[in-house]
Design a protein around this ligand. Structure first.
Ligand code: TXA
Ligand code: MG
Length: 374
């Protein structure tokens, strides 16, 4: 069933989730203070960050953190990110901050980079799924920073979606998944980047990217050329050993069968049109997700299309990706065909999320010997 924004909000309030609309640049201090008091009382607050909405709890309160796992239906084996306001909190949450972490923090914080560091005793083991490490990030969204400043403790926050749903980039996405499970939602409008942070393990030498995200690999390597990334998502790479937690393949599983087409646009679109025709002929409802310039090819077919945005604007595509997935899933199609952008810059994170959503179902429309474009 579809609800309007107002009806959904009314319903959420009725079942115990309060919603406060805040200005994303200058949030009302009274709203922030209210959210902070919910966190101080052991409650859950969903709030916007520059990447996606987070589902926050006081990171020092094991009971509150346990509520996050219950609300999301998240396995206790998947550790959370701890959000900090400043360097003083960094010293509280991390047992050790290597030189290389300081250098990266200097360059990328506040911002969409998460550093995996050795965990300090102040952080309950449950936050980190019992690991000796903890993932730490200083967000740059004014609402997140204001909330951190007001509450005075680090905030543990995974993305505010139910387990195996796309990350939320709007407050309405949070309510779709978590109404009644979260005490308060700060609605600060769309999350600007729309893709989660880059997770970098700096306890390893050289540091390893566990999840590509809002800070590109290219930007990291400009500061630290030795950073490695095992591109286990890319079709040309053989699957590696046991994945780190951030690398689990099963991530977002739509009801529809999802297929990712790789290759230059002209090849991919041709293959997608042929597949769409075949599926439609078999009576299946088909959805297509692709850059705006490529959708014309589907105009005469009986398919539902979602534009990812202009092909030459990876930031716009990243920002729309999860909302497009949710829209197609909600429309009840049986199959979703996707073409995205090359895995360079932000495109690597886009590729990663799609590869996981399709559980590795990639249709290579051009042999990689002829082209290494994806
Ligand atoms: O942009 C983001 O990172 C958002 C916003 C809310 O900050 N948060 C987010 O959290 O995406 P979550 O829980 O959905 O993803 C956290 C990722 C997971 O892949 C998790 O396995 C990994 O970080 N992670 C957390 N702690 C870790 C640790 N100690 N070692 C390795 N990976 C860790
Ligand atoms: Mg998540």
């Amino acid at each position: 069933m579809k609800y309007t924004r107002v009806a959904r909000a009314a319903l959420a309030e009725k079942i115990g989730t309060r919603i406060l609309v805040v200005d994303p640049i200058h949030p009302d201090p009274a709203a922030i203070a209210e959210a902070a008091s919910v966190l101080q009382g052991g409650g859950l607050v969903a709030f916007p960050t520059e990447t996606v909405y987070g589902l926050g709890a006081n990171a020092l309160d094991a009971g509150a953190v346990a509520r996050i796992f219950r609300a999301k239906g998240r396995p206790a084996s998947d550790p959370l990110i701890v959000h900090i306001h400043d360097r003083v909190q960094l010293a509280l949450v991390a047992a050790e901050v290597p030189e290389v972490a300081l250098m990266l923090a200097e360059r990328f914080w506040p911002g969409p980079l998460t550093l995996v560091l050795r965990r300090a005793p102040a952080i309950p083991p449950g936050v980190a799924a019992g690991r000796p490490t903890v993932a730490v990030r200083m967000p740059r969204h004014p609402v997140a920073l204001a909330l951190l400043a007001a509450v005075g403790v680090p905030i543990a926050a995974p993305s505010a979606n139910r387990f195996s749903r796309p990350s939320p980039t709007l407050a309405s996405h949070v309510l779709e998944d978590l109404a009644g499970q979260v005490d308060l939602v700060l609605d600060g409008g769309p999350a600007p980047i729309g893709l989660e942070s880059t997770v970098l393990d700096v306890t390893l030498d050289p540091p390893v990217v566990l999840r590509p995200g809002g800070v590109t690999l290219e930007a990291l390597r400009a500061v630290l050329p030795v950073v490695t990334f095992v591109p286990r998502y890319l079709p040309m790479e053989p699957q590696e050993s046991a994945p780190a937690p951030g690398m689990l393949l099963r991530h977002y599983s739509p009801r529809a069968e999802m297929m990712l087409f790789s290759g230059p646009a002209e090849h991919a679109v041709q293959a997608m049109v042929a597949t769409a025709q075949r599926l439609a002929a078999a009576g299946r409802r088909v959805g297509v997700m692709a850059p705006e310039q490529e959708l014309g090819a589907f105009a005469d077919l009986d398919v539902l299309t979602e534009s990812l945005g202009p092909r030459d604007d990876p930031a716009a595509i990243g920002a729309r990706l999860f909302a497009c997935m949710r829209a197609l899933d909600a429309s009840g199609v049986d199959a979703i065909l996707v073409h995205a952008i090359a895995p360079e810059g932000l495109g690597l994170a886009v590729w990663d999320r799609l590869f996981r959503a399709t559980e590795g179902r990639v249709v290579d429309t051009m042999p990689l010997r002829e082209s290494n474009r994806l």
